[in-house]
Design a protein around this ligand. Structure first.
Ligand SMILES: [Zn+2]
Length: 111
């Protein structure tokens, strides 16, 4: 499962940044176009965090909506999925938002 690897990477990053402290909260941005399922990440998080400095941390997931720019006419087009259609009929869209997959905030506490 793709999300398991993603979640493991998130936990590893949090633990590394914590540098000996405990992680109490992780805010994660998962764009609508990233192809990662937030529910699956939530499900994996406790499992991955078990036995690490991130055990018991609260996980908050923010889901930025997708947006693309049409390469034909330059219009901004909202995207619900990886493939979109511009009102001009163009399908060649450059993603400008929604592909995010990153930790935006960590809350740490001294042990
Ligand atoms: Zn267009």
């Amino acid at each position: 499962m793709h999300e398991l690897g993603v979640t493991q990477a998130v936990v590893e990053l949090a633990v590394e940044r914590a540098n000996g402290r405990r992680v109490t909260r992780v805010v994660l941005e998962i764009g609508k176009l990233s192809g990662v399922l937030p529910d699956a990440v939530r499900f994996c998080f406790d499992l991955c965090a078990e036995g690490t400095a991130a055990e018991g941390a609260a996980l908050e997931i923010v889901e930025p909506p997708g947006r693309g720019r049409c390469r034909s006419c330059g219009a901004d087009v909202p995207l619900d999925g990886p493939l979109g259609l511009c009102p001009c009929g163009g399908t060649d869209l450059e993603w400008i938002a929604g592909g995010e997959l990153r930790v935006t905030e960590l809350e740490l506490t001294d042990v």
